[in-house]
Design a protein around this ligand. Structure first.
Ligand code: ADQ
Length: 475
């Protein structure tokens, strides 16, 4: 298959599913980036000769479409200014905090918005070139909310789906945006808009009714030209079977034992795994653990908290500050409460391969997931997938999308310090029988609703939104 051939299925996402890597001899290569979205979409991409449009990272401008690992990839270049204004600025310092309940203060700058429009147009133009007649185009996430309408103008024949990976905010927050109407109209270019949770879809429909004035009924928006747009929740998931298989291997089991030994074989290993982001509630979680130690409910002889926090978006000021704050807090807790060979918190900034992640999940008695706001949170589902012996406890924020499905977790409000401490303690002290009952139910949910079923349900629904359209995507 040539990378330049027109495609019946086009994925449009901010990032390509590959990273640039440098070989020993200095030449450059691509390596497939790990991630659920790629594994979910890859089988449908292959079955449909799909193409994936996205930014490859960096500022290279001369990149031609290419095929990597059997996937046709179409790079979209970004200039240094666009990285700063479209990506770090409007996407990550305006939309990201605003869509996550305003947990950090969003910044509004007109120049950032202008670059957001420019870059969205570049993605839409390329999608219009790459899509075959009557193709299906699936646009992803908050960086590209204008693409659906821009693409529809250029290519009214294509079927357009959009999926938002992060929460969609209530009207009270969204209407702060000076460009609120343009964003809503951008999204309305799609035939189907997928959200993580039903309340996100409801927020959107309500805003469209109030701000744009279109008629709506339940999850449908009726446009004046006779077209309808459907806004529905499709909670994303993980490759649960693949991850469980990995967790079951002897290598991972041995590594999990080794991790526990290296931690000094404590009775309770608690684990947090996050991108270092202020939405993830890492600071409060570690404070809660520190207080449990201080107050004698837990002791460093018995319990250790392993926190893996991969730095991200470090050029954005709020992220740099968060990293410093957490570094200081970990230092203080370990300095005050740790003993020789027994730190209270084992804190790592590294990014790990899947095998090591599976071993960490196997080694942990309690996984602590405490976001202040989160579209879904895949870590919660990954922990459940790895606990095939039906043991282990999940402490989960009510504000993670995953809480909608994982009702048997130890649910808590991450703003309520005492509530969070109580949930952690309940999880640590729960009887094996109770943990088994909870884990069994959560595992059923995660295994039945994996990422392939997510992608299939979305694409099937997209095909049904416009049944007159004759070209169906093969599952
Ligand atoms: P993220 O905010 O990135 O995703 P999350 O859903 O938790 O958050 O996914 C993180 C992924 O990175 C997980 O698969 C996790 O295992 C992996 N990971 C984290 N730290 C790692 C490390 N140190 N080494 C290796 N892997 C690591 C956004 C939204 C979420 C939504 C997803 C998918 O913010 O709410 O669930 O998209 O839609």
């Amino acid at each position: 298959m040539s990378a330049l051939q027109k495609a019946d299925l086009v994925i449009v996402a901010n990032r390509l599913p590959v990273d640039r890597v440098e070989n020993a001899d200095g030449s450059l290569d691509w390596r497939r980036s790990p991630g659920g979205l790629v594994s979910a979409i890859e089988p449908v991409m292959r079955a449909n000769d799909g193409a994936w449009i996205g930014w490859p990272g960096g500022t290279e401008t001369e990149l031609e479409p290419f095929v990597e690992d059997g996937m046709a990839l179409v790079p979209i270049p970004l200039s240094q200014q666009e990285i700063e204004q479209f990506y770090e600025g409007f996407s990550n310092a305006t939309l990201w905090p605003l869509y996550h309940d305003g947990v950090a203060k969003p910044e509004f700058h007109r120049e950032w918005w202008e670059d957001y429009v420019t870059v969205n147009r570049r993605f839409a133009d390329r999608a219009a070139e790459v899509a075959a007649d009557d193709a299906t185009v699936w646009v992803h996430d908050y960086q590209l909310q204008l693409v659906p309408a821009m693409l529809r103008e250029l290519r009214p024949d294509v079927r357009i789906g959009f999926f938002l990976h992060i929460p969609f905010p209530p009207a009270e927050l969204f209407q702060q945006l000076p460009w609120r109407r343009q964003l809503l109209e951008g999204l309305l270019g799609a035939d189907l808009i997928g959200f993580q949770r039903p309340n996100n879809a409801q927020n959107f429909v309500r805003l469209v009714r109030q701000r744009v004035g279109h008629k709506t009924h339940r999850d449908l928006v009726y446009l004046p030209d006779g077209r309808t747009v459907q806004a529905t929740a499709y909670p994303i998931s993980i490759d649960a079977k693949g991850l469980e298989e990995l967790a079951r291997t002897d290598e991972v089991a041995a590594r999990a034992r080794e991790i526990r030994e290296q931690l000094g074989n404590p009775r309770h290993v608690l684990l947090g795994v996050d991108r270092l982001d202020y939405t993830k509630g890492i600071y409060n979680r570690l404070r809660a653990f520190g207080e449990l130690l201080e107050e004698g409910d837990l002791s460093v002889e018995d319990a250790v908290f392993v926190q893996v926090a991969t730095p991200s978006r470090e050029r954005v000021e709020q992220y740099r500050r968060l990293r410093d704050d957490i570094d200081r807090l970990v230092g203080r807790i370990n300095g005050d409460l740790g003993r020789i060979g027994r730190p209270a918190i084992s804190y790592m900034h590294s990014s790990y391969p899947r095998e090591e992640m599976a071993a960490l999940f196997r080694a942990a008695d309690v996984c602590v997931v405490t976001p202040l706001a989160d579209g879904m949170n895949l870590v919660a589902k990954e922990y459940v997938a790895c606990r095939y012996e039906e043991d282990g406890a999940l402490v989960l924020s009510e504000f993670a999308g995953a809480a909608g499905e994982l009702r048997q977790a130890f649910l808590m409000n991450p703003y309520d310090m005492n509530g969070m401490k109580g949930a952690i303690l309940d999880a640590v002290q729960a009887r094996p029988q109770e943990l088994g009952r909870r884990m069994k139910a959560m595992r059923k949910t995660v295994i039945e609703n994996d990422v392939v079923s997510w992608a299939t349900r979305f694409l099937d629904a997209l095909a049904d939104v416009r049944p007159s359209h004759h070209n169906r995507v093969r599952p």
